[in-house]
Design a protein around this ligand. Structure first.
Ligand code: ADP
Length: 202
């Protein structure tokens, strides 16, 4: 049930949208819970409040998580710098899981390395590439530093081959390279695509 690594370490699960990253995070966390380990799972909040939430996969499985605004909030929650820790004397969890890790800023790196150094099994799930197929934020650095990396694939919606990229569609058309990440009022969708069928308009 335990990870093969001795002591604290970093596991990273990456791949495009729909590749099963959340499912794999849920699977690993569930096994730790069965083994009676203490786990804490975080995800980015879309608003500016901490709140109880879930990590849910597209296939419908879910586990409890805490939605937080940034890496500092995870730090405050786990290390007691702030009013969030229910019991300030409480030890660190055995396992810290973080979903959608690519949305946390550069402060995520030092925090997860500190946790791993303090004996925590840290599991990150997130996109390795953005919609342009460029390395996403803090992920390249953490992929390099991790003990274990799992790259998952989805199924290309065009040809059925393994999909490694997330196709962004705006009004049914491939997004442009310099389209803003958030487009107010646009009809947006994402599809899993292979290298051949992933398109970015220039
Ligand atoms: P991720 O966290 O990587 O976005 P999830 O774990 O949320 O992935 O969802 C994976 C699930 O999405 C699959 O098990 C499958 O049920 C569903 N799915 C929908 N579209 C696709 C696709 N094109 N390729 C693979 N799985 C897909």
């Amino acid at each position: 049930l335990k990870s093969p690594y001795h002591g604290g370490h970093l596991e990273v699960i990456v791949g495009p949208m729909f590749s099963g990253k959340s499912e794999e995070l849920i699977r690993r966390v569930t096994r730790a819970v069965i083994a009676r380990q203490r786990v804490a799972v975080f995800k980015p909040a879309l608003d500016d409040r901490y709140h109880a939430a879930q990590v849910a996969s597209h296939a419908g499985r879910a586990i409890e998580a805490l939605a937080v605004q940034d890496a500092a909030a995870i730090r405050a929650h786990l290390l007691g710098e702030g009013a969030l820790l229910p019991d300030p004397g409480q030890a660190l969890p055995d396992l810290v899981g973080i979903d959608e890790a690519q949305f946390f800023g550069p402060e995520l790196g030092p925090l997860v390395l500190e946790l791993a150094g303090a004996g925590v099994r840290v599991i990150l799930a997130g996109l390795d590439l953005d919609f342009r197929a460029e390395p996403f934020g803090c992920m390249p650095d953490l992929l390099a530093r991790a003990e274990s990396v799992e790259k998952l694939t989805a199924i290309c919606t065009v040809c059925g081959a393994p999909a490694t990229r997330s196709q962004r569609l705006i009004g049914g058309q491939p997004a442009r390279f310099d389209d803003p990440v958030v487009l107010v009022g646009a009809q947006e969708a994402y599809e899993a695509r292979c290298r051949v069928h992933h398109t970015v308009r220039r």
